[in-house]
Design a protein around this ligand. Structure first.
Ligand code: UDP
Ligand code: MG
Length: 312
Protein backbone atom coordinates (compact mmCIF):
# COMPACT_ATOMS: atom_id res chain seq x y z
CA UNK A 1 0.00 0.00 0.00
CA UNK A 2 1.18 3.47 -0.83
CA UNK A 3 0.03 6.91 0.19
CA UNK A 4 0.56 10.08 -1.87
CA UNK A 5 0.52 13.42 -0.12
CA UNK A 6 -0.39 16.17 -2.58
CA UNK A 7 0.93 19.52 -1.38
CA UNK A 8 0.29 22.77 -3.30
CA UNK A 9 2.87 25.43 -2.42
CA UNK A 10 2.78 29.10 -3.22
CA UNK A 11 5.50 31.17 -1.55
CA UNK A 12 6.09 28.59 1.15
CA UNK A 13 9.92 28.70 1.13
CA UNK A 14 10.17 28.66 4.92
CA UNK A 15 7.68 25.85 5.31
CA UNK A 16 8.50 23.08 2.84
CA UNK A 17 11.47 21.58 4.68
CA UNK A 18 9.65 21.71 8.01
CA UNK A 19 6.65 20.15 6.34
CA UNK A 20 8.71 17.24 5.07
CA UNK A 21 10.21 16.72 8.54
CA UNK A 22 6.73 16.70 10.06
CA UNK A 23 5.61 14.12 7.50
CA UNK A 24 8.63 11.90 8.12
CA UNK A 25 8.12 11.92 11.87
CA UNK A 26 4.37 11.39 11.56
CA UNK A 27 4.77 8.36 9.30
CA UNK A 28 7.68 6.73 11.08
CA UNK A 29 6.88 3.06 11.51
CA UNK A 30 3.50 3.35 9.81
CA UNK A 31 4.14 0.15 7.86
CA UNK A 32 3.34 1.46 4.36
CA UNK A 33 5.06 3.48 1.66
CA UNK A 34 4.39 7.14 1.13
CA UNK A 35 5.49 9.90 -1.21
CA UNK A 36 5.14 13.67 -1.19
CA UNK A 37 4.05 15.38 -4.41
CA UNK A 38 4.95 19.06 -4.09
CA UNK A 39 3.49 21.49 -6.59
CA UNK A 40 5.28 24.79 -6.85
CA UNK A 41 2.52 27.10 -7.98
CA UNK A 42 4.74 29.74 -9.58
CA UNK A 43 6.15 30.92 -6.26
CA UNK A 44 8.09 34.18 -6.25
CA UNK A 45 10.34 33.25 -3.33
CA UNK A 46 12.81 30.40 -2.88
CA UNK A 47 10.14 27.68 -2.71
CA UNK A 48 11.25 25.94 -5.91
CA UNK A 49 14.89 26.14 -4.91
CA UNK A 50 14.10 24.54 -1.55
CA UNK A 51 11.91 21.90 -3.15
CA UNK A 52 14.73 20.96 -5.51
CA UNK A 53 16.99 20.48 -2.50
CA UNK A 54 14.42 18.16 -0.93
CA UNK A 55 14.16 16.29 -4.23
CA UNK A 56 17.92 15.89 -4.52
CA UNK A 57 18.19 14.59 -0.95
CA UNK A 58 15.17 12.21 -1.19
CA UNK A 59 14.99 11.82 2.59
CA UNK A 60 11.62 10.38 1.74
CA UNK A 61 10.23 9.89 -1.80
CA UNK A 62 9.59 13.39 -3.17
CA UNK A 63 8.22 14.56 -6.51
CA UNK A 64 8.17 18.18 -7.60
CA UNK A 65 5.99 19.71 -10.29
CA UNK A 66 6.71 23.36 -10.93
CA UNK A 67 4.32 25.64 -12.76
CA UNK A 68 5.32 28.28 -15.27
CA UNK A 69 3.34 30.86 -13.26
CA UNK A 70 0.78 31.04 -10.47
CA UNK A 71 -2.27 29.05 -11.57
CA UNK A 72 -3.99 28.87 -8.17
CA UNK A 73 -4.39 26.15 -5.58
CA UNK A 74 -7.09 24.32 -7.51
CA UNK A 75 -4.79 23.87 -10.50
CA UNK A 76 -2.08 22.74 -8.10
CA UNK A 77 -4.32 20.06 -6.66
CA UNK A 78 -5.20 18.87 -10.17
CA UNK A 79 -1.54 18.55 -11.17
CA UNK A 80 -0.77 16.82 -7.87
CA UNK A 81 -3.51 14.26 -8.41
CA UNK A 82 -2.20 13.55 -11.90
CA UNK A 83 1.28 12.79 -10.55
CA UNK A 84 0.19 10.90 -7.43
CA UNK A 85 0.86 7.18 -7.79
CA UNK A 86 -0.45 6.03 -4.39
CA UNK A 87 -3.41 3.80 -3.63
CA UNK A 88 -4.52 6.46 -1.17
CA UNK A 89 -4.17 10.14 -1.93
CA UNK A 90 -4.20 12.92 0.60
CA UNK A 91 -4.56 16.67 -0.02
CA UNK A 92 -2.79 18.77 2.56
CA UNK A 93 -1.43 22.34 2.81
CA UNK A 94 2.26 23.13 3.07
CA UNK A 95 1.92 25.59 5.95
CA UNK A 96 1.54 22.94 8.69
CA UNK A 97 -1.92 24.20 9.63
CA UNK A 98 -3.05 20.66 8.97
CA UNK A 99 -1.02 18.13 10.93
CA UNK A 100 0.28 15.09 9.00
CA UNK A 101 -0.62 12.93 12.03
CA UNK A 102 -4.26 13.45 11.10
CA UNK A 103 -3.55 11.92 7.69
CA UNK A 104 -2.38 8.81 9.48
CA UNK A 105 -5.74 8.65 11.26
CA UNK A 106 -7.52 9.14 7.95
CA UNK A 107 -5.62 6.26 6.37
CA UNK A 108 -6.54 4.11 9.35
CA UNK A 109 -10.24 4.84 8.84
CA UNK A 110 -10.00 3.95 5.13
CA UNK A 111 -8.17 0.74 6.02
CA UNK A 112 -10.58 -0.36 8.70
CA UNK A 113 -13.83 0.76 7.14
CA UNK A 114 -14.06 -0.33 3.50
CA UNK A 115 -17.48 1.33 3.23
CA UNK A 116 -15.80 4.73 3.17
CA UNK A 117 -13.95 6.02 0.12
CA UNK A 118 -13.15 9.49 1.42
CA UNK A 119 -12.20 10.85 4.81
CA UNK A 120 -12.59 14.62 4.97
CA UNK A 121 -11.63 16.87 7.83
CA UNK A 122 -13.72 19.83 8.87
CA UNK A 123 -12.69 22.56 11.27
CA UNK A 124 -14.55 22.22 14.54
CA UNK A 125 -13.32 25.46 16.06
CA UNK A 126 -12.53 28.49 14.00
CA UNK A 127 -10.62 31.49 15.22
CA UNK A 128 -12.20 33.99 12.90
CA UNK A 129 -14.35 37.09 13.15
CA UNK A 130 -18.14 37.07 13.44
CA UNK A 131 -18.58 38.85 10.10
CA UNK A 132 -16.51 36.32 8.17
CA UNK A 133 -18.20 33.43 9.92
CA UNK A 134 -21.62 34.91 9.07
CA UNK A 135 -20.68 35.23 5.38
CA UNK A 136 -19.37 31.68 5.29
CA UNK A 137 -22.56 30.32 6.84
CA UNK A 138 -24.69 32.30 4.38
CA UNK A 139 -22.60 31.01 1.49
CA UNK A 140 -23.26 27.38 2.42
CA UNK A 141 -26.94 28.07 2.92
CA UNK A 142 -27.24 29.75 -0.49
CA UNK A 143 -25.20 27.26 -2.48
CA UNK A 144 -26.90 24.26 -0.92
CA UNK A 145 -30.30 25.73 -1.82
CA UNK A 146 -29.32 26.64 -5.37
CA UNK A 147 -27.20 23.76 -6.58
CA UNK A 148 -27.84 20.09 -6.99
CA UNK A 149 -24.82 19.11 -4.90
CA UNK A 150 -24.76 19.43 -1.13
CA UNK A 151 -21.62 20.91 0.38
CA UNK A 152 -20.68 20.02 3.92
CA UNK A 153 -20.24 23.33 5.76
CA UNK A 154 -16.66 23.91 6.92
CA UNK A 155 -15.31 20.83 5.15
CA UNK A 156 -11.89 21.76 3.84
CA UNK A 157 -9.77 20.42 1.01
CA UNK A 158 -7.92 18.51 3.71
CA UNK A 159 -8.94 14.96 2.87
CA UNK A 160 -7.70 11.48 2.03
CA UNK A 161 -9.34 9.19 -0.49
CA UNK A 162 -8.95 6.03 -2.50
CA UNK A 163 -7.46 5.99 -5.97
CA UNK A 164 -10.87 5.48 -7.59
CA UNK A 165 -11.96 8.85 -6.19
CA UNK A 166 -8.83 10.47 -7.60
CA UNK A 167 -9.61 9.02 -11.03
CA UNK A 168 -13.14 10.42 -10.88
CA UNK A 169 -11.94 13.88 -9.86
CA UNK A 170 -9.46 13.93 -12.75
CA UNK A 171 -12.27 13.13 -15.17
CA UNK A 172 -13.77 16.54 -14.41
CA UNK A 173 -11.58 18.62 -16.70
CA UNK A 174 -13.29 21.95 -16.14
CA UNK A 175 -11.12 25.03 -16.32
CA UNK A 176 -12.80 26.85 -13.45
CA UNK A 177 -12.24 24.41 -10.64
CA UNK A 178 -14.11 24.66 -7.38
CA UNK A 179 -12.91 21.65 -5.47
CA UNK A 180 -15.51 21.74 -2.69
CA UNK A 181 -18.15 21.36 -5.38
CA UNK A 182 -16.14 18.79 -7.33
CA UNK A 183 -15.76 16.57 -4.25
CA UNK A 184 -19.48 16.76 -3.60
CA UNK A 185 -20.28 16.16 -7.28
CA UNK A 186 -18.24 12.97 -7.66
CA UNK A 187 -20.02 11.53 -4.62
CA UNK A 188 -18.59 8.46 -2.81
CA UNK A 189 -19.15 7.61 0.85
CA UNK A 190 -17.44 10.27 2.92
CA UNK A 191 -16.50 10.12 6.57
CA UNK A 192 -16.19 13.57 8.16
CA UNK A 193 -13.83 13.98 11.06
CA UNK A 194 -13.27 17.16 13.06
CA UNK A 195 -9.87 18.79 13.34
CA UNK A 196 -8.48 22.01 14.71
CA UNK A 197 -6.33 24.02 12.33
CA UNK A 198 -3.01 25.10 13.81
CA UNK A 199 -1.45 28.49 13.31
CA UNK A 200 0.40 28.94 10.04
CA UNK A 201 4.05 27.90 10.60
CA UNK A 202 5.50 30.79 8.56
CA UNK A 203 4.47 33.19 5.80
CA UNK A 204 0.95 34.49 5.45
CA UNK A 205 -2.38 33.26 4.16
CA UNK A 206 -3.22 34.07 0.54
CA UNK A 207 -6.86 34.66 1.34
CA UNK A 208 -8.62 37.90 2.03
CA UNK A 209 -12.26 38.88 2.11
CA UNK A 210 -12.56 39.65 -1.61
CA UNK A 211 -10.75 36.50 -2.64
CA UNK A 212 -13.22 34.52 -0.53
CA UNK A 213 -16.11 36.41 -2.14
CA UNK A 214 -14.77 35.58 -5.61
CA UNK A 215 -14.37 31.97 -4.54
CA UNK A 216 -17.98 31.90 -3.33
CA UNK A 217 -19.28 33.31 -6.63
CA UNK A 218 -17.11 30.76 -8.46
CA UNK A 219 -18.81 28.01 -6.47
CA UNK A 220 -22.34 29.21 -7.05
CA UNK A 221 -21.90 29.90 -10.77
CA UNK A 222 -19.95 26.67 -11.27
CA UNK A 223 -22.48 24.40 -9.64
CA UNK A 224 -25.86 25.98 -10.26
CA UNK A 225 -27.82 27.59 -13.05
CA UNK A 226 -30.37 29.02 -10.60
CA UNK A 227 -29.06 32.61 -10.92
CA UNK A 228 -29.99 32.50 -14.61
CA UNK A 229 -33.55 31.70 -13.62
CA UNK A 230 -33.56 34.84 -11.49
CA UNK A 231 -33.86 36.96 -14.65
CA UNK A 232 -36.97 35.02 -15.68
CA UNK A 233 -38.51 35.39 -12.24
CA UNK A 234 -37.74 39.11 -12.01
CA UNK A 235 -39.07 39.64 -15.54
CA UNK A 236 -42.28 37.81 -14.67
CA UNK A 237 -42.85 39.76 -11.47
CA UNK A 238 -42.12 43.07 -13.20
CA UNK A 239 -44.44 42.18 -16.09
CA UNK A 240 -47.37 41.37 -13.80
CA UNK A 241 -46.77 44.55 -11.76
CA UNK A 242 -46.69 46.59 -14.96
CA UNK A 243 -50.06 45.22 -16.11
CA UNK A 244 -51.61 45.93 -12.67
CA UNK A 245 -50.21 49.44 -12.75
CA UNK A 246 -51.55 49.96 -16.26
CA UNK A 247 -55.06 49.00 -15.13
CA UNK A 248 -54.71 51.40 -12.20
CA UNK A 249 -53.66 54.25 -14.49
CA UNK A 250 -56.58 53.65 -16.88
CA UNK A 251 -59.10 53.49 -13.99
CA UNK A 252 -57.70 56.70 -12.52
CA UNK A 253 -58.11 58.42 -15.85
CA UNK A 254 -61.67 57.11 -16.41
CA UNK A 255 -63.05 57.58 -12.91
CA UNK A 256 -61.20 60.57 -11.47
CA UNK A 257 -60.11 62.20 -14.70
CA UNK A 258 -56.45 62.52 -13.59
CA UNK A 259 -54.16 62.83 -16.59
CA UNK A 260 -50.36 63.09 -17.00
CA UNK A 261 -49.07 60.87 -14.18
CA UNK A 262 -46.10 61.95 -12.13
CA UNK A 263 -42.60 62.59 -13.38
CA UNK A 264 -41.17 60.90 -10.27
CA UNK A 265 -42.91 57.61 -11.08
CA UNK A 266 -41.37 57.52 -14.54
CA UNK A 267 -37.86 58.25 -13.28
CA UNK A 268 -38.13 55.59 -10.58
CA UNK A 269 -39.43 53.02 -13.05
CA UNK A 270 -36.70 53.76 -15.59
CA UNK A 271 -33.96 53.53 -12.98
CA UNK A 272 -35.44 50.41 -11.40
CA UNK A 273 -35.82 48.45 -14.59
CA UNK A 274 -32.53 49.73 -15.93
CA UNK A 275 -30.72 48.29 -12.94
CA UNK A 276 -32.68 45.04 -12.96
CA UNK A 277 -31.73 44.56 -16.61
CA UNK A 278 -28.08 45.33 -16.02
CA UNK A 279 -28.02 42.96 -13.07
CA UNK A 280 -29.50 40.15 -15.16
CA UNK A 281 -27.13 40.82 -18.05
CA UNK A 282 -24.30 40.66 -15.53
CA UNK A 283 -25.40 37.23 -14.35
CA UNK A 284 -25.69 35.96 -17.90
CA UNK A 285 -22.26 37.46 -18.54
CA UNK A 286 -20.75 35.40 -15.73
CA UNK A 287 -21.92 32.22 -17.42
CA UNK A 288 -21.01 33.35 -20.93
CA UNK A 289 -17.53 34.22 -19.67
CA UNK A 290 -17.09 30.73 -18.32
CA UNK A 291 -18.36 29.17 -21.54
CA UNK A 292 -15.79 31.31 -23.36
CA UNK A 293 -12.98 30.22 -21.03
CA UNK A 294 -13.95 26.57 -21.28
CA UNK A 295 -14.42 26.63 -25.07
CA UNK A 296 -10.86 27.87 -25.51
CA UNK A 297 -9.92 24.51 -24.03
CA UNK A 298 -6.72 25.76 -22.48
CA UNK A 299 -4.81 23.48 -20.13
CA UNK A 300 -5.54 23.87 -16.41
CA UNK A 301 -1.86 24.51 -15.77
CA UNK A 302 1.51 24.52 -17.52
CA UNK A 303 4.32 22.64 -15.87
CA UNK A 304 7.75 23.92 -16.74
CA UNK A 305 9.50 21.13 -14.88
CA UNK A 306 8.57 17.77 -13.41
CA UNK A 307 10.98 16.00 -11.08
CA UNK A 308 9.85 12.43 -10.61
CA UNK A 309 11.95 9.95 -8.64
CA UNK A 310 10.08 7.10 -10.31
CA UNK A 311 11.43 8.11 -13.71
CA UNK A 312 14.98 8.63 -12.51
N1 UDP B 1 -1.66 27.90 -2.47
C1 UDP B 1 -1.32 27.61 -3.79
N2 UDP B 1 -1.57 28.55 -4.77
C2 UDP B 1 -2.16 29.76 -4.49
C3 UDP B 1 -2.53 30.01 -3.15
C4 UDP B 1 -2.28 29.07 -2.18
O1 UDP B 1 -0.78 26.55 -4.09
O2 UDP B 1 -2.35 30.54 -5.41
C5 UDP B 1 -1.37 26.89 -1.41
C6 UDP B 1 -0.60 27.44 -0.23
O3 UDP B 1 0.79 27.41 -0.46
C7 UDP B 1 -1.00 26.50 0.89
C8 UDP B 1 -2.44 26.16 0.51
O4 UDP B 1 -2.59 26.46 -0.86
O5 UDP B 1 -0.23 25.32 0.91
C9 UDP B 1 -3.45 26.92 1.35
O6 UDP B 1 -3.22 28.30 1.24
P1 UDP B 1 -3.33 29.29 2.47
O7 UDP B 1 -2.56 28.74 3.62
O8 UDP B 1 -2.95 30.63 1.97
O9 UDP B 1 -4.88 29.26 2.77
P2 UDP B 1 -5.59 29.16 4.20
O10 UDP B 1 -4.90 28.08 4.97
O11 UDP B 1 -5.41 30.49 4.82
O12 UDP B 1 -7.01 28.82 3.85
MG1 MG C 1 -3.05 27.86 5.41
Amino acid sequence: MKLSLVVPCYNEAENVAAFQEAVISAFEGCGYDYEIVFIDDGSKDATLHNLKKLYAAQKCPVKVVSFSRNFGKEAGLYAGLQHASGDYISLIDADLQQRPEIVRDMVKILDEQPAYDVVAAYQDRRNEGKVLSFFKKSFYRIINKLSDVTLQPDASDFRTFRRSVRDSILELGEYHRFSKGIFAWVGYETCFIPYTACERAAGKSKWNFWKLMEYAIEGIIGFSTAPLRLATVLGGVAGISAVLYLIWVILEKLIRGIDVPGYATIIVLILFFGSVQLFCIGIIGEYVGRIFEQSKDRPIYIAKEVLDYEEK
